[in-house]
Structure formats: structure tokens, C-alpha cells
Design a protein around this ligand. Structure first.
Ligand code: IMP
Ligand code: MG
Length: 178
């Protein structure tokens, strides 16, 4: 797997360090609140489990599925949000945890859905942000790293469902993207 990587953009150590900082910030900001951390599947599953363990507060976790890529490196532009009726968010201080914000469509759609459900507050944490690609405006409250406009994989992020289990964020060799 590693020999399919052209370059490492963010190392395992850099991610660990940044997670610690974000966790401390969130811990300070959510004192006395009713925190519900929501993992946006599948891309954020690893970031979510590491980040939540850096938050030193009582919290609840929930999982939501969102998909906008079906194959390849270009978003379809449509966001698919399956039934969210099982998610009880009313009165909670919801923190959406995302792997990467690209066009912003996924988070804009999720925000709209959750705000209708009577949350007490709603914030966004993302490991990566690709601001050059933004189509829809989204306010990001906690951001790990800004990345250039390149398709990245690892630490939860996939290309055609592979490479999620890399410990770092990297870019694949050109011949892999077909
Ligand atoms: P958005 O709706 O365009 O902001 O898309 C965000 C979603 O697209 C993320 O949650 C990722 O799952 C996926 N995505 C965007 N850019 C990348 C990338 O560089 N690598 C892997 N997945 C990506
Ligand atoms: Mg995702």
C-alpha cells in the first residue's frame, strides 16, 4: 500500500499533535454543555475516535452516514443523507466531526437537517479543509489542517474505498487514479 503513495502530506505524529490541541480547545469550549459528537461516516471514523479521546468531558457519540462521492476523485455534487430519524439531537450541543471539507455541500446539507431538529448548538470540526474547492459557504469551528487542491487519502479517507487504514495523509501516485 505504501508504495502506491507519491508523498506524505501530514505525518502520523503531526496528526496526533493536532488532535491533542483540538481536543483541548473543545474541552475548554464545551464546559457545562451537553456534548453530542457526531461522526460522519465513513471518512471520519478514525479522526472521530482519536479526537473524542482527546476531549476530557462527558460526551455522547452518534454516527451518521453521508455520501457524495460514488467512485473516483470528483464529487457527484449531490449529497445522499439516509434517514436521520433515529438520531436524537434535540437540546444537545452537537459537534459534527468530518474528515474533509471540499465543496462544502455535505456539511451544508447536514447542518440544514440538524438545525430543524432543535439542537441547542451546532459546530463543526474537520480534520482537513480544502478551501480552494468551496462551492457552498460553511463556518468551520475547529480545523486540523488546510490542504491544497489535491486528492488525499489515508487516516479514514479513501480512494474507491481503499487506503483508509493508512496512518498518515498522503497523495497517491498518478497511475493509481484511473
Ligand atoms: P463536500 O461535500 O464536497 O465538502 O465533500 C466532502 C466529502 O467528500 C468528504 O467528507 C470526503 O468524504 C470526500 N472528499 C473530498 N475531498 C476528498 C479527498 O481529497 N480525498 C478523499 N475524500 C474526499
Ligand atoms: Mg466524508
Amino acid at each position: 500500500m505504501n508504495n502506491e503513495i507519491k508523498k506524505v502530506l501530514i505525518s502520523e505524529d503531526q496528526i496526533k499533535e493536532r488532535n491533542r490541541e483540538l481536543g483541548q480547545q473543545i474541552t475548554a469550549d464545551y464546559q457545562g454543555k451537553d456534548l453530542l459528537a457526531v461522526c460522519i461516516l465513513r471518512g471520519s471514523y478514525i479522526f472521530f475516535s482519536d479526537l473524542t479521546r482527546e476531549i476530557e468531558l462527558p460526551l455522547e457519540v452518534a454516527f451518521m452516514h453521508a455520501a457524495s462521492y460514488f467512485a473516483g476523485t470528483e464529487s457527484s455534487g449531490k449529497v445522499n443523507l439516509p434517514d436521520q430519524s433515529m438520531l436524537s439531537v434535540a437540546g444537545k450541543d452537537v459537534l459534527l466531526v468530518e474528515d474533509i471539507i471540499d465543496s462544502g455541500r455535505t456539511l451544508a446539507a447536514l447542518k440544514e437537517t440538524l438545525l430543524k431538529k432543535g439542537v441547542n448548538s451546532l459546530k463543526i470540526a474537520t480534520l482537513l479543509d480544502k478551501p480552494e474547492r468551496r462551492v457552498v459557504d460553511v463556518d468551520v469551528d475547529y480545523s486540523g489542517f488546510t490542504v491544497p487542491d489535491e486528492f488525499v487519502v489515508g487516516y479514514g479517507l479513501d480512494y474507491n474505498q481503499r487506503y483508509r487504514n493508512l496512518k498518515y495523509i498522503g497523495v497517491l501516485k498518478e497511475e493509481i487514479y484511473q
